[in-house]
Design a protein around this ligand. Structure first.
Ligand code: GLU
Length: 427
């Protein structure tokens, strides 16, 4: 193959963000893996990629085709696990990176899963509920050959919800001829979903911030918090920060940037967003310039929207003590370096937003055993898994003078690559 032809490969990290960011993170960790670094290439090659056509009849009778993906990045430690994203800008490259981050996240937390992710390139706001149901069902049927309770278990992500998971579970169940509740997580509780799942990611973001704050002397109480993204992660994290005494001084979603130095009334903002679909028009805070948002002085900055938001330029202007990544991949590797030089602590996505998949794990276990836990049990177990992972990662970072991200990747990659080595290559 010529050099020019090889550059066209979907594996080429030079092609586009965010797969390039993931590859760079893997390259950075390679020197810390000892003899296991021999297997590092396995993390740069997704195990299995499925691209599917999703045709539906629109409400007006027109036929429309959409592109869907399911990427199983690595299955060495167990079945694939990761969400499904419905977003107008979803690409294969992005889904590959998101699947890679799931491999790292699941291993860093010690969950018995590999990493996977899916997506459909649509803006869900442009469709009726009936059309979304048809898209979801056709997509699920198309990826039905690679998912299953013991194979790969989807969950919600940006643009998908409990309702999406209910349709996915029903479609898969119809196709296999019996109810298979364990094929997805993040389902409604009435269908075998778990208590506490919906708010688990936001709760985990808060736990990660609190644990970081304890170690670097930045108490949550009275801390100023800035949150980008006001969906299931940012909205709930903001609420829990506030319940614990912090002051959320600024919020940004796809349509509005708002600031109130006295602290935003988060329940009122959540009610507004639920009623209007965005923060736009919320009167409990003043409008702020989109870029000024990145320069507000605060203790905690929580990017909880899309990847690649914290660019080098924004990293240079950021005036936060701690960044807690609610989103997947919000900080580019170059911005990471700048934050490190500027002594701004970053609690990485693979730790900070792992609360969601941790409770997904509990949901999957509950579905298998058909025995359901109380919300208190769920939240206690979430706390204990998150704190154990946080502590191990923090200690490794201190011992070896690594960033928290690199320490998390070292622990995770060692687990994945040790499994790879012990299993060996087939044939
Ligand atoms: N989409 C969430 C994430 O990025 C949850 C995945 C899951 O629960 O499987 O971690």
């Amino acid at each position: 193959m010529t050099a020019a032809a090889s550059r066209l490969s979907y594996l080429d990290p030079a092609r586009a963000e965010p797969w390039a960011s993931f590859i760079e993170q893997i390259d950075r960790v390679a020197p810390h893996l000892g003899s296991l670094s021999r297997w590092i290439e396995t993390l740069k090659h997704p195990k299995r990629i499925l691209v599917v056509d999703v045709p539906i009849v629109r409400d007006d009778g027109a036929i429309a085709h959409y592109e869907g993906y399911r990427v199983q990045h690595n299955l060495s430690r167990g079945p694939g696990k990761g969400g499904v994203r419905f977003h107008a800008a979803v690409t294969l490259n992005e889904v590959m990176a998101l699947a890679g981050w799931m491999t790292i996240k699941n291993a860093a937390l010690g969950l018995p899963f590999g990493g996977a992710k899916g997506g459909v390139r649509i803006d869900p706001r442009g469709f009726s509920a009936a059309e979304l149901e048809r898209i979801t069902r056709r997509y699920t049927s198309e990826i039905g050959i690679v998912i299953g309770p013991g194979k790969d278990i989807p969950a919600p992500d940006i643009g998908t919800s409990e309702q999406t998971m209910a349709w996915m579970m029903d479609t898969y169940s119809m196709n296999v001829g019996h109810t298979a509740s364990g094929v997805v997580t993040g389902k409604p509780v009435a269908l075998g979903g778990s208590l506490g799942r919906q708010e688990a990611t936001g709760r985990g973001v808060y736990i990660a911030a609190r644990e970081a704050g304890i170690r670097v002397g930045v108490p949550i109480d009275a801390a100023r918090v800035v949150v980008q993204g006001f969906g299931n992660v940012g909205g709930i994290a903001a609420r829990i920060f506030r319940e614990n005494g912090a002051k959320v001084i600024a919020l940004q979603d796809a349509e509005a940037t708002l600031c109130n130095p006295a602290g935003i009334d988060i329940p009122a903002a959540l009610a507004h967003a639920a009623a209007h679909g965005s923060l736009s028009g919320f009167f409990g805070a003043e409008p702020l310039g989109e870029e000024d948002f990145w320069q507000l002085e605060c203790e905690y900055f929580v990017p909880a929207a899309l990847e690649g938001q914290l660019t080098p330029e924004r990293a240079r202007g950021l005036r936060a003590r701690v960044v807690v990544e609610g989103a997947n991949g919000p900080t580019t590797p170059a911005a990471d370096d700048i934050l490190h030089e500027r002594d701004i602590l970053v609690i990485p996505d693979v730790l900070a937003n792992a609360g969601g998949v941790t409770v997904s794990y509990f949901e999957w276990v509950q579905d298998f055993s058909s025995f359901f836990w109380s919300e208190e049990e769920i939240n206690d177990r979430l706390e204990s898994i998150m704190m154990k992972a946080f502590d191990a990662i923090w200690r490794l970072a201190q011992e070896r003078k690594l960033s928290i991200r690199t320490a998390a990747f070292v622990i995770a990659c060692k687990r994945v690559l040790a499994a790879r080595e012990q299993r060996g290559l087939y044939p």
